[in-house]
Write a protein that binds this ligand. Structure first.
Ligand SMILES: CC(C)(COP(=O)(O)OP(=O)(O)OC[C@H]1O[C@@H](n2cnc3c(N)ncnc32)[C@H](O)[C@@H]1OP(=O)(O)O)[C@@H](O)C(=O)NCCC(=O)NCCS
Length: 204
């Protein structure tokens, strides 16, 4: 398995990356920001993405997005092809994209929003902490990405204060957090509480 910084030679994988992201969201039944192949190609081109390949087969992907005045970067679009899951590949891709973010944007806060327990675990172990949305970027372009998510009405209803996703943040100016493991049960419970609160209201 090769885990590398992507470039133009990886354009041919843009379509399978989009399809795998869309298919996985459908299977999970969760919201997701939709990405087009053109959008992915830009990320492949600018040296801000990590791709994992098994020979010439696509295995996984994640990219860095820069927000605000380079004050914030997000590690987004993490996807591992179903054939390569549960072997620790996402953890390796996440670490690679985190290290790339720290190298290219050493002063930026790194953040993400996610409903996925696997992603929360990985972020937590990298030193992220859960935060309210008010601690994340207020760049409207970032929040526009949520418009294609099926839960966007919740974000609108709460005036962008909360949604089903949990915000997580790594702040390089804070004291270095030692590697640690996440208590997944607490996050699972939080997710269930938010779903009960927001999705029931939505159905009424
Ligand atoms: C989520 C995803 C990236 C995980 O990829 P992976 O290569 O199987 O992950 P890893 O093997 O590195 O596992 C990382 C950790 O997450 C856990 N994990 C993996 N899949 C999980 C799941 N569906 N639910 C809960 N935990 C999960 C693993 O047990 C592991 O935890 P551990 O370190 O305590 O053992 C992959 O399943 C995927 O692409 N899913 C669809 C897209 C998606 O959900 N992306 C995230 C968008 S927010």
């Amino acid at each position: 398995m090769e885990i590398v910084i992507a470039n133009e030679s990886h354009f041919k994988y843009a379509q399978i990356i989009c399809d795998t992201i869309a298919e996985s969201a459908k299977v999970r039944g969760t919201g997701i920001a939709k990405r087009t192949p053109e959008y992915i190609m830009k990320r492949l081109q600018n040296g801000n993405a990590i791709i994992a390949l098994d020979g010439d087969k696509f295995a996984g992907f994640c990219y860095i997005e820069v927000w605000g005045n380079k004050d914030f970067v997000a590690n987004s679009g993490l996807i591992v092809h179903p054939d390569y899951r549960n072997q620790g590949l996402a953890t390796k891709i996440k670490k690679a994209v985190f290290d790339l973010s720290r190298k290219k944007f050493p002063d930026a806060k790194i953040f993400g929003i996610t409903t996925g327990l696997a992603v929360m675990k990985m972020n937590y172990e990298l030193g992220y902490r859960p935060v309210t949305f008010s601690e994340l970027t207020n760049d409207p372009e970032f929040w526009k990405g949520c418009q294609t998510c099926k839960n966007f009405d919740i974000l609108t209803r709460t005036e962008q204060k909360m949604c089903l996703c949990t915000g997580m943040l790594y702040d390089p100016s804070e004291k270095k957090i030692e590697p640690r493991k996440l208590n997944g049960k607490a996050f699972q419970r939080l997710k269930e509480m938010k779903e009960n609160l927001f999705l029931k209201k939505k159905e009424k």
